[in-house]
Design a protein around this ligand. Structure first.
Ligand code: G3P
Length: 221
């Protein structure tokens, strides 16, 4: 399973990229609005930091296929790595079909059922984004959805759509997504950092320091 970072915060994206752990970025209108910066400029700057797929979503006020296709073409024109994020609606599926026919990659978002994922893949989406955490929030195990979509896509090898597990909130989600067969997990910076830490790693570092210092002293002491 690959990692994308789910963020529009340039410092977070830069930090994750420097660690070499992410090969793509996903954004959405909420994440970009949270940063309080220009929508297009933010996406362009993200493209300068990570050399991989960057999902930029159409405006929530683009509701017809025509509007989504027009905006999607503008998003795709920003940078060769841009992927157009389109919501799972009937008009969204129409837009995905048209954008795919023009060679533009799409990521179908707000997926909450396996059938939605299958429809998006058949319409030509390059990625589907099932929202794990938001299903957990309403007491439906989100990981079951990732597993089911993975099984369905495996059953039909002609489907090349990748599964981006989204709405990932914690390290357990990440391990579960990898076990369930997600191609990618898009993870908030905080959860990435939670994954790299372990109390025994911290304790081991302190022991190395203390053992070393007891014999060789501390640098600049
Ligand atoms: O990419 C979609 C994801 O950001 C949604 O996450 O935590 O708002 O459900 P969350």
């Amino acid at each position: 399973m690959k990692f994308f970072i789910d963020s529009a915060n340039l410092d977070e994206i830069r930090s994750a990229a420097e660690m070499g752990i992410v090969c793509g970025v996903t954004t959405n209108p909420s994440l970009i609005a949270k940063e309080g910066r220009d929508y297009v400029q933010t996406l362009k700057e993200i493209c300068e930091i990570v050399d991989g797929p960057i999902s930029g979503e159409v405006s929530p006020f683009s509701t017809t296929a025509e509007e989504m296709v027009k905006e999607g073409r503008e998003i795709a024109a920003m940078h060769p790595n841009m992927v157009v994020k389109i919501p799972m609606t009937a008009e969204g599926l129409k837009a995905i079909r048209v954008l795919n026919s023009k060679g533009i990659k799409t990521n179908c978002t707000l997926i909450f059922s396996a059938n939605q994922a299958l429809l998006a893949a058949r319409a030509g989406a390059s990625y589907v984004s099932p929202f794990l955490g938001r299903l957990d929030d309403i007491s439906q195990p989100g990981i079951d959805l990732i597993q089911t979509i993975s099984q369905i896509f495996t059953n039909y090898p002609e489907i090349h759509c990748e599964i981006i597990a989204a709405s990932v909130r914690n390290p357990i989600h990440i391990t579960d997504c990898a076990l369930a067969g997600a191609d990618i997990a898009t993870v908030p910076y905080k959860a990435l950092v939670q994954c790299l830490r372990h109390p025994l790693t911290e304790e081991g570092l302190r022991k190395f320091e203390n053992d070393y210092a007891a014999v060789f002293g501390r640098p600049n002491a």
